[in-house]
Design a protein. Structure first.
Length: 336
């Protein structure tokens, strides 16, 4: 498959994948009320990575209402009496994990509230500047796809390679079937393997910017790419596996049936129109087993611990990491 075809395939793949999950906070306010001091209806999938921490995860900020845009800008959304780090402090940074084409597509469809948010945040005084940082986890799509092919067992890879003589794209199709069978966990392991630089960039941004105030990192729906960054940050702050798994699985528990119906319709329309080779149904939701398997794979691959993976990120700022952990430990002590 040519590079342009490959890019087209994966842009469609992750566009559809990110469309699978949408939080319906109006219908599930009770489930998230304990995490957020102020109710929001259009900042989807928003919650702190750990209660009392200045770092938040969410879905895209392209669908904001005017009210929620103001809540973000003036810091009311983060006005948590248990969090001295960000109490009544305005938003410091937004870290976007999406690819450039996703960002551009979202910008074209922004609500008036989102346009207000981005324009106002960009024109703030230097003391209150919101830094917009771009750390695309899937920037190197070719590396992702090459690793997906590399994950094929030898016999399948040989058979598919031979088949390409008679039918182009056979190797890519075999990798797609394998990716479907491996589901979320295989996809996450490939991301962790091929996106070390943007993952390190995103972590560094969270560590550095959270010193100034609240930080939000997000992808399209705040589930997959966002979930991996949250996993690593939660580990750094002392969460055990069960806490990490439970937080990841919250997204599926709050999945709205109406949005699922729209997702299925959209996936069907795209498949009918484009003949894509991946069945998107394998990547719906955020099953707890996917994070369990991802944590296990990471430990098996990197010396028995998530620290082994973090140590493999050569550009991760270890000094900032230590300062971040110390800052949070002091915060915990004040909250006791």
């Amino acid at each position: 498959m040519m590079v342009s075809q490959r890019e087209g395939l994966f842009r469609r793949f992750f566009c559809l994948l990110s469309a699978i999950l949408l939080w319906t906070i109006n219908d599930n306010a009770a489930a998230v009320g304990a995490l957020l001091p102020t109710t929001t209806t259009t900042v989807k999938n928003l919650r702190p990575i750990i209660p009392g921490c200045a770092i938040y995860r969410s879905a895209t900020l392209d669908d904001l209402s005017n009210k929620d845009a103001e809540l973000l800008l003036n810091g009311i959304l983060f006005d948590d009496d248990n969090d001295d780090d960000c109490h009544k402090r305005p938003l410091a940074a937004v870290i976007d994990l999406r690819n450039s084409d996703e960002v551009a597509k979202g910008a074209k469809k922004r609500t008036s509230g989102s346009n207000l948010f981005y324009s106002s945040a960009s024109s703030m005084s230097s003391d209150d500047t919101v830094n917009f940082l771009h750390c695309p986890i899937l920037k190197d799509i070719d590396s992702f796809w090459d690793e997906a092919i590399n994950q094929l067992d030898t016999s399948t890879k040989v058979a598919a390679t031979l088949q390409t003589v008679f039918q182009g794209g056979a190797l890519d199709r075999a990798a797609a079937r394998n990716l479907e069978q491996g589901g979320h966990a295989l996809m996450y392991s490939i991301m962790l393997t091929t996106a070390k630089q943007p993952i390190a960039d995103a972590l560094n941004a969270c560590l550095q910017e959270s010193k100034r105030g609240p930080v939000i990192f997000h992808c399209q729906k705040g589930k997959d790419r966002t979930g991996l960054i949250a996993m690593l940050l939660q580990h750094l702050l002392g969460h055990d596996d069960q806490q990490i798994v439970n937080d990841y699985a919250v997204s599926e528990k709050l999945l709205g049936p109406e949005e699922m119906k729209k997702d299925e319709t959209q996936a069907q329309n795209n498949n009918n129109g484009g003949g894509t080779m991946i069945d998107w149904g394998y990547f719906r939701g955020s099953p707890a087993s996917a994070m369990v398997d991802t944590l296990e794979w990471t430990r098996q691959t990197y010396g028995g611990s998530l620290d082994g993976y973090l140590n493999s990120l050569s550009s991760l700022d270890k000094q900032e990491l230590t300062m971040f952990q110390e800052r949070y430990q002091l915060q915990e002590q004040r909250m006791k």
